[in-house]
Design a protein around this ligand. Sequence first.
Ligand SMILES: C[S@@+](CC[C@H](N)C(=O)[O-])C[C@H]1O[C@@H](n2cnc3c(N)ncnc32)[C@H](O)[C@@H]1O
Length: 429
Amino acid sequence: MFRGAGESGRVTPDPELELELTGLTHGGEAVGRLPDGRACFVAYAIPGERVRVRVVEHRRRWARAEVLAVLRPSPDRVEPPCPYFGPDRCGGCQLQHVSPERQAEMKRQVVVEQLQRLGGIASPPVASTVRPGGSGWLRGYRTSARFAVDGVGRLGFRRAASHAVVPIDRCLLLTDGTQALRDAAGDAWAGAAEVSVRTGSDGAGRAITLQPGPGALPPLPAGDIPVAVVRAGRPVALRGEPAVIEHVAGVAFRVSPTSFFQSGPAGAEALVAAVREAAGAGPGDQALDLYAGVGLFARFLAADGAHVTAVESSKVACDDARTNLRPVRERAAVVRSTAEDAVTRLAASGRTVDIVVLDPPRRGAGPELVSHLARLGARAVVYVSCDPAALARDARALAGAGYRLARAVPVDQFGHTAHIETVATFVPA
Ligand SMILES: C[S@@+](CC[C@H](N)C(=O)[O-])C[C@H]1O[C@@H](n2cnc3c(N)ncnc32)[C@H](O)[C@@H]1O
């Protein structure tokens, strides 16, 4: 079946063909060229492979195809370790068929290409991909997971490019403790829209959090596991204490059910190390931590001697951050505000800062924030990004505002998926 065939303006009599795959998208698909020159995106394939495909989606400038046979496999092709991985199964992972070394290199390549294409940087200085947790990097790294709920209440993940829920009882990305919590959560959640599980490091708390559906709440699972429900964006405890404690580089962080935290402590530790190195904070420095969450980066910037203002829009995360920054309170303040408003106010006041760390959501910071940010005069802008395309767009805006990219470090805290985190350092041009 052709999806989108109506928009294509083309009819392809034989949608099955052989393709030489040469490129890569930032969603982890390999890219080849159709005989008419259009790019064709192929999931579950690897650049360098020759494949037989069926074209399943036609657009004016591009097409999408599914693999029928791998005619010349890449030497980097491996047996996927998870039975749920593959077309029409779980959509959570995209790269389990790729060796660990090649995954790391592919992700670095994605960062380079996005910075070139969208960022307009001819030779971006991108370091090798950091793999948090060493050899354990690809397994058991997640301390939280958000499950969809199927029609009979089973927990699962969505199929790729679909709303269909694939029931999942084991996920190899979860830590043992988080998998045990998923087991304990069971599969009787009919009525809930989503169910999240989160464990603290070293057994420091665990919680199940549900997003309610339109009807009555499902009964809670037996036992004493803390459970919260999200109402108007805030967590309401139904049983026990649903905040957990994460430990990063020996420091404890309280994380409430709706507060953001990195995928796991090893990833957070690698990010913190990269941010500290890039920021080079010391006594006397004034630093801004924008999109601060529960205060992860602010805590270490203050430990390094800087005076830090952590800016975060979520009330619940701000409350966590105030708790987490208590040990360094003489050098750290939390401001509940959007980053946009905080930076605009600061720029209008004429005050300057030495260091800015920003870690926006996937959409990025945007050109308006960047233009005000540039007026703060920071010697280093350390940008933590979970989307290389958004990073690249903001890098272009930063270049227009007088900052050049000095270094970008991909940190793979999402092994087996196509996602990649990047810590990028910008300095005055
Ligand atoms: C990717 S998380 C980063 C959190 C933190 N830096 C960390 O590493 O744990 C983004 C954070 O930005 C917050 N946020 C979203 N939009 C915001 C905005 N416009 N202004 C300030 N904070 C925002 C979210 O609540 C979330 O805590």
